[in-house]
Design a protein around this ligand. Structure first.
Ligand code: NAD
Length: 329
């Protein structure tokens, strides 16, 4: 199949070209993010492949349908950036990669915890500057702390298993509890109780209308003063303005986030030579107890290989008219 890749980076091209030797599709790599303005770049292709910050809303979908695009292959798990109702109306099939490495994201969440707790970002810079003072680097033992896991699917389960290894008490909230978590001693509680009891809260649920801004002024007030908040899921799970107020008041003691609600205008690009216009983002990253990574939690060799393999297999299934278990219905 002829497939145009939007938002493609050199590492996408590398992993897909290597994996495509087994599939033989005709791949075109475009740097542009999919928007209504760029959708026409797909002309001549039969399918497009998109990532998390591509805009597959109604306007872009209608242009793609006019070009004859009948398949959108998401090279990610989430599909909150696609207007599902319009895609269905236009007869566009959607496929995705539901799992590629839950370890990659769970391990990154733990990395954020350790970076914040032991101030590794400050320690690294200090030692390079021949400043060997420990003042301001005081951490706490993770052992024995209460960790709240919101969403215990593939990534949340993996995260809970790692934190179990640290000797933490683990509380979880999920609309569908996971028996594998119960088996390792995770206790399911309601969300308000998790907010009240947890020393560290890590978000691993999808972005849905029900979870949008689940971290807001009210829920932050319920949390333990000085709580550590980790978000490797989706930016809009948190009301960023409320989080900033929580940091300023000291209610939030640490924030580690791999996602940001307005990230599509920032992440995955080198903007180091420009002036960032997003005041909220600039304020957020000015705090010394905040660590932001630019949606890199998934970014491991294993995950990239699995993403390419599953995406190309999905495209082959649809091209051959076979049922595809990764179709988004
Ligand atoms: P999953 O589908 O395996 O698990 C999601 C869990 O959330 C499920 O157990 C589900 O029951 C639960 N859930 C649904 N609604 C909920 C609600 N209202 N409250 C609490 N829990 C709810 O998904 P996963 O593979 O574990 O991925 C989780 C999320 O991680 C994805 O939705 C995505 O947003 C994010 N993610 C981020 C990266 C990254 O690089 N930062 C990479 C992959 C996934």
């Amino acid at each position: 199949m002829k497939v145009a890749f939007f938002s493609s980076q050199p590492y996408d091209q590398d992993s897909f070209e290597i994996t495509n030797q087994h599939y033989g599709h005709d791949l075109t790599f475009l740097e542009s993010r999919l928007t209504p303005k760029t959708a026409r770049l797909a002309e001549g292709s039969e399918a497009i492949c998109i990532f998390i910050n591509d805009d597959a809303g109604q306007a872009a979908l209608r242009i793609l349908a006019d070009l004859g695009i009948r398949l959108i292959a998401l090279r990610c798990a989430g599909f909150n950036n696609v207007d599902l109702a319009v895609a269905k109306e236009l007869g566009i099939t959607l496929v995705r990669v539901p799992a590629y490495s839950p370890y990659s994201v769970a391990e990154h969440a733990v990395g954020l915890i350790m970076t914040l707790n032991r101030r590794l970002y400050r320690a690294y810079n200090r030692v390079r500057d021949d400043n060997f003072s420990l003042n301001g680097l005081l951490g706490f033992d993770i052992y024995g702390k209460t960790v709240g896991v919101v969403g215990t699917g593939k990534i949340g389960q993996c995260f809970a298993q790692i934190m179990n290894g640290f000797g933490c008490k683990i509380l979880a909230y999920d609309v569908r509890p996971n028996q594998a978590c119960v088996d390792i001693g995770v206790t399911y509680v309601e969300l308000p109780e998790l907010f009240v009891q947890a020393d560290i809260i890590s978000l691993h649920c999808p972005l849905l209308p029900a979870t949008h801004y689940m971290i807001n002024a009210d829920s932050i007030q319920q949390m333990k003063p000085g709580v550590m908040l980790i978000n490797t899921s989706r930016g809009a799970l948190m009301d960023t303005r409320a989080v900033i107020e929580g940091i300023k008041s000291g209610q939030i003691g640490y924030l580690g986030t791999d996602v940001y609600e307005e990230e599509e205008d920032l992440f995955f690009r080198d903007l180091s030579g420009t002036i960032i216009q997003d005041d909220t983002f600039q304020l957020l990253q000015s705090f010394s107890n905040v660590v932001i990574t630019a949606h890199q939690a998934f970014f491991t060799k294993e995950a990239l290989g699995n993403i390419a393999d599953t995406t190309l297999a999905n495209i082959s299934d649809i091209a051959a008219g076979k049922p595809c278990s990764n179709e988004v219905k």
